[in-house]
Design a protein around this ligand. Structure first.
Ligand code: NDP
Length: 335
C-alpha cells in the first residue's frame, strides 16, 4: 500500500520535502463498522497546510509524523463490515493519501448515487468545494438579481462556481486571479463579466474602482490581506462579505493586520466567516439544485488533474503559488 506521509511539520511555506512516499501493508481484518476502500481521486485543499503545522488548528489536530495525510477523496468500497455499505459502493469523504484505506469512522462520508457525471467531480464541484460555494454565496450573502459581486481566487475550485452561481442569479460578476490564462478562463468559460490579474495591479483600490464604480454588494473572500483591505474600501451600503478563506495568509508566520474595519460600521456591512463542515445538512439540497444545472450545461467545471499518488505533494504545493488551473485533483486509480 503506497502512502504519502507527513515527514516533517511545515514551517512557513509548504514544500514537497515535507511529505514522502512510503510502502506499508494493510490488514485484511476489517473491524466491525469499518470499510476497506480503494482510493480513486484525492482532493488537494488549501486548508491541509493547517494540519501539516505542529500548532493547534481550527479544523482538527495536526497530522502525525510518519502517517498518511488525510483529506477528501473519492473511493470504492472493496470490503465492508458496516451495514450501510457494501462492496462496489462509491463514496466521497475523508480518506488517506494512499492506495487503500481502512475507514473506521464513516461520519462525514457520503454515498455517491449519481454516477452519470465524472467521478472526480466529487472531489470538487459535487463535494466539499461545491458545497462551500453554495453555502457561502446563497446562505451567507442572500444575493439578489442586479447586485455586484466580487470573487477572489476566482478561477479555483470554489471561486469558479461562485461566479457561475452569481451569473445564474443575474448579478454583475468580477473575479481576480493570478495569471492571464485564468483571467481568460473567467471571462470566456465561466461567463464572468470582468476579470483581472491581481499580480498586474499596483493599486488594488484603483482596480476595484475601475470595475465597481458604484461599489461592491457582495464579496466572496478567498484570499485576505491587502485585497481584503481594498475591498472594504469599496463595499456598498449594506454589503455582505462571506469569509471563506484567506490563502494569502496561510504560509505567513505572522498574519497581516487589516486596518480599515471601520468600513463595516460606516457602510453597515455584514461580514461572516463560515466552515462548510457546519452545513453538510444542506448537501442534498445543493445536489438537487446543481445536478440538473450540470446536465443542462448551465454549470461547467475545470479541473487540474495530476496523475498518480506520487504527484500529490507537488500538486498540493502548487496551490500556494497558483500553479493549479481549476480544481486540483490527484488520480490514484480510475476504477
Ligand atoms: P483554489 O483552487 O482556488 O486554489 C488556491 C488558489 O489560491 C491558487 O490557485 C491561487 O490562485 C490562489 N492563491 C494562492 N496564494 C495566493 C496569494 N498569496 N494571494 C492570492 N491568491 C493566492 O482553492 P480552493 O478553491 O479549494 O479554496 C479557495 C479558498 O477557499 C481558500 O482560501 C480555502 O482555504 C477556502 N476554503 C474554505 C472552506 C470553508 O469551509 N470555509 C472550504 C473550502 C475552501 P491565483 O493564481 O489566482 O493566485
Amino acid at each position: 500500500n503506497k502512502q504519502i506521509v507527513l515527514s516533517n511539520y511545515v514551517k512557513g511555506s509548504v514544500r514537497e520535502s515535507d511529505m514522502s512516499l512510503k510502502e506499508s501493508t494493510i490488514s485484511s481484518e476489517i473491524p466491525n463498522g469499518a470499510v476497506l476502500v480503494k482510493n480513486l481521486y484525492l482532493s488537494c485543499d488549501p486548508y491541509l497546510i493547517g494540519r501539516m503545522k505542529n500548532i493547534e488548528g481550527y479544523i482538527a489536530e495536526p497530522f502525525k509524523l510518519g502517517y498518511p495525510i488525510s483529506g477528501y477523496g473519492v473511493s470504492k468500497v472493496l470490503n465492508s463490515s458496516h451495514t450501510d455499505y457494501k462492496k462496489g459502493d462509491l463514496i466521497w469523504g475523508f480518506t488517506g493519501w494512499e492506495e487503500y484505506t481502512l475507514i473506521k469512522d464513516l461520519t462525514g462520508v457520503f454515498k455517491i448515487n449519481e454516477t452519470d457525471v465524472p467521478l472526480s467531480y466529487y472531489t470538487g464541484l459535487l463535494g466539499m468545494a461545491g458545497t462551500t460555494a453554495y453555502v457561502g454565496f446563497f446562505e451567507l450573502c442572500s444575493p439578489k438579481k442586479g447586485e455586484t459581486v466580487f470573487i477572489s481566487a476566482a478561477a479555483g475550485a470554489v471561486g469558479q462556481l461562485v461566479g457561475q452561481f452569481a451569473k445564474l442569479t443575474g448579478c454583475y460578476v468580477v473575479g481576480s486571479a493570478g495569471s492571464k490564462e485564468k483571467v481568460d478562463l473567467l471571462k470566456n468559460k465561466f461567463g464572468f463579466d470582468e476579470a483581472f490579474n491581481y499580480k498586474d495591479e499596483q493599486d488594488y483600490n484603483a482596480a476595484l474602482k475601475r470595475y465597481f464604480p458604484d461599489g461592491i454588494d457582495i464579496y466572496f473572500e478567498n484570499v485576505g490581506g491587502k485585497l481584503l483591505e481594498a475591498v472594504l474600501n469599496n463595499m456598498r451600503l449594506h454589503g455582505r462579505i462571506a469569509v471563506c478563506g484567506m490563502i494569502s495568509q496561510y504560509e505567513l508566520e505572522q498574519p497581516e493586520g487589516v486596518h480599515n474595519l471601520f468600513n463595516l460600521i460606516s457602510k453597515r456591512v455584514r461580514m461572516e466567516g463560515f466552515l462548510v463542515f457546519d452545513y453538510y445538512h444542506l448537501y442534498p439540497k445543493f445536489l438537487e439544485m446543481v445536478l440538473p444545472l450540470i446536465k443542462e450545461d448551465k454549470i461547467t467545471y475545470v479541473e487540474d488533474v495530476a496523475e498518480g499518488l506520487e504527484s500529490a505533494p507537488s500538486a498540493l504545493v502548487g496551490l500556494f503559488s497558483g500553479r493549479n488551473v481549476g480544481k486540483q485533483v490527484v488520480v490514484v486509480a480510475r476504477e
